[in-house]
Design a protein around this ligand. Sequence first.
Ligand SMILES: Nc1ncnc2c1ncn2[C@@H]1O[C@H](COP(=O)(O)OP(=O)(O)OP(=O)(O)O)[C@@H](O)[C@H]1O
Ligand SMILES: [Mg+2]
Length: 251
Amino acid sequence: MQSKLELRNISKSFGEVQSLRNVNFRVIPGEVVGLLGDNGAGKSTLIKIITGYHQPDTGEIYFDEQKVDHLTVPKARALGVETVYQERALADLQTLWRNIFIGRELTTRLGFLDIKRMRTETEHLMKESMGFTSHAVTPDSIIGTFSGGEKQGVAIVRALHFQAEIIILDEPTMGLALSETNKLLDFVRQVKAAGKSVIFIDHNIFHVYEVADRIVILDRGRVAGEFMRKDISLELLVEKMRRVAKTGSLD
Ligand SMILES: Nc1ncnc2c1ncn2[C@@H]1O[C@H](COP(=O)(O)OP(=O)(O)OP(=O)(O)O)[C@@H](O)[C@H]1O
Ligand SMILES: [Mg+2]
């Protein structure tokens, strides 16, 4: 299958620290890739290269099999990369509909904000994609009253609405209660069902195992292992992670 995104031989150093060494990484459409690894393994650095925030020292980046030179943040965004951050995702004091359309407001032909249409579209998204069933939630609800899982759900739905192709979640379940986490994992499944890709980073191996199609283990800047979820049991994955942490190798 054609890859949506492919990194080839990516290396990145910060002074003396080599954060990534010859990393190969690919994502295909409709795939959830779980990225696992200890603190400092290089997960966030890898993500920042995909989002154009850092330039790699060496290596190549391909989107839809086309090489992209000098990937920048606006370029990555235009190519459909969206990162959903737990804390920074939304404006707490604003309403749901404003948060959906923040920075991409709909306007009338005369150039005024088309509040009516933004509200209606938000209502539609809530019913079709967000699965908000509570009557307490309306397009005019203030985001600050939403739970952590719901906020991320809103950010994910927003990303999908604006044609994101690859949604990146870096530690999305941190600090979430169990029911919240389940809600978030449902959102991830929805993105997949929509044919889009997800890169899911989490310290919690159980959460990763629950949603990922493929699991990549990073260790000290290297890809230490890669598994199709269907080919590995949770017990074996836990065991592999232990071994990697101890010896830096799978065997
Ligand atoms: N901007 C930077 N300047 C200097 N060193 C950096 C920078 N960004 C990352 N590093 C170093 O690169 C290594 C990998 O860091 P990175 O943040 O990618 O790890 P991580 O896998 O995301 O870890 P965590 O699980 O703690 O989030 C670490 O040793 C880190 O200190
Ligand atoms: Mg990190």
